[in-house]
Design a protein around this ligand. Structure first.
Ligand SMILES: [Cu+2]
Length: 279
């Protein structure tokens, strides 16, 4: 057990070193080439690990990358010490946008009242915001320690500003898909009103959890690795702590999206599942 834990930790350290190497300046990549352990350690102690994502404030912090005028983009970042993996509370984080704007990020609970704190800043999209890709990066500083986050240069990671009409047109096919999924899912399935969700980095133990409509559901969350939460879209159910139970009674059959509600790191956005409510 201890051995396993160690290898996980080592894996984390290695991957964080790789991420930092891949995201920051040439200086870092040249230090990464140095093989001596001590040198690597020294270099690491001057680094901050920065990770994060962007969500839409509309609809309760849903992961999003396409925004239109009237939307608020919320940037959520975490800055950790690569050696201890602990948050560096005193770090100053700054968001740099391709519009030339620079915004200081604030450290605090998100969502308010939650167990986990990180750095956030909201950017309101207006009619004046140019459409197309909105590039950004985040710098972190704590004394002589520095770090930087740049999103991957692939379409799903890039922020896109669209005009409001285009955004509406895009949302429609998704709704249709949902309807189809609902119809297919309700045939011959086993339901259980005790929903046991086990969360790890970065997934839930099932893709779908099935329950009956109009009967009380007892949802139990266990975080066996990392610190996660649960939010069910459209049902007003959220559990913003890693372990706990919440009871609710879903009225309408349908498929409801489950998200992780506690910012847990780089894979946070991929932590999704569904609660399927059947007749
Ligand atoms: Cu999470």
């Amino acid at each position: 057990m201890i051995k396993k834990k160690r290898s996980v930790l080592l894996g984390l350290l290695l991957s964080s070193a790789l991420i930092v190497g891949a995201c920051s300046s040439q200086e870092t990549s040249s230090t990464a080439k140095k093989t001596a352990n001590t040198e690597a350690k020294e270099a690491k102690s001057n680094l901050l690990m920065v990770s994060g994502d962007t969500v839409s404030e509309q609809g309760g912090c849903v992961l999003a990358s396409r925004f239109a005028a009237g939307d608020k983009i919320v940037f959520r970042m975490n800055a950790t010490d690569p050696n201890s993996n602990k948050q560096v509370e005193g770090a100053k984080l700054k968001l740099h946008l391709s519009t030339g704007e620079e915004l200081d990020m604030k450290y605090g609970e998100h969502p308010p009242g939650g167990d986990v704190k990180f750095w956030t800043v909201a950017y309101p999209v207006t009619e004046k915001t140019p459409t197309g890709t909105l590039e950004y990066y985040v710098t972190a500083e704590d004394g002589n320690r520095k770090g930087e986050f740049r999103p991957f240069n692939v379409a799903p990671s890039l922020l896109t500003i669209v005009d409001s009409k285009a955004k509406g047109a895009q949302a429609q096919p998704q709704e249709e898909k949902k309807e189809e999924a609902k119809a297919a899912d309700t045939a011959n399935i086993k339901t259980n009103q005790n929903v046991d969700i086990v969360a790890s980095n970065f997934k839930f133990n099932e893709d779908k959890y099935y329950v009956k409509a109009r009967q009380e559901v007892t949802l139990k969350l266990t975080s066996k690795e990392g610190s996660h939460g649960v939010m069910i879209e459209g049902l007003n159910v959220s559990l913003n702590k890693p372990n706990g139970t919440v009871k609710f009674t879903p009225d309408k059959p349908g498929e409801y999206k489950i998200h992780c509600s506690v910012f847990c790191g780089s894979g946070h956005g991929e932590m999704t599942a569904a609660l399927v409510v059947v007749e």
